[in-house]
Design a protein around this ligand. Sequence first.
Ligand code: AMP
Ligand code: ZN
Length: 109
Amino acid sequence: MSDCLFCKIIQGDIPSDKVYEDDDVFAFKDIHPKAPTHVLVIPKVHVPTLADMSDEAALGRLMHRVNHVANTVLQLEAGYRVVLNVREGGGQEVFHVHAHILGGKKLPF
Ligand code: AMP
Ligand code: ZN
């Protein structure tokens, strides 16, 4: 989508600190980290929110890649948190679905 910030990051039109990319997802460091490690994993296909994702396989792929990035790329052996903010009420500010991976310290709930 042409006016989407995260689509522009995927296309390289806006710079990002990439940590992983494959055919399905792009992962990069959050510009305002809320933990020592804070990475966003986004599908390459533009979908505004998790609530708009109904395809079971696409949902599975996204979570599979979140696991891959957290475990293998970032090596967060001690553990991590995955957050998906959904729509305004859930605190979502960028309307291209993204999973936050937070780690590197003990996270209070
Ligand atoms: P959310 O509130 O779930 O929509 O999260 C959006 C996240 O995107 C926030 O944590 C922002 O810090 C992050 N963000 C916004 N712009 C950029 C950018 N250009 N590069 C990396 N992260 C960004
Ligand atoms: Zn987008």
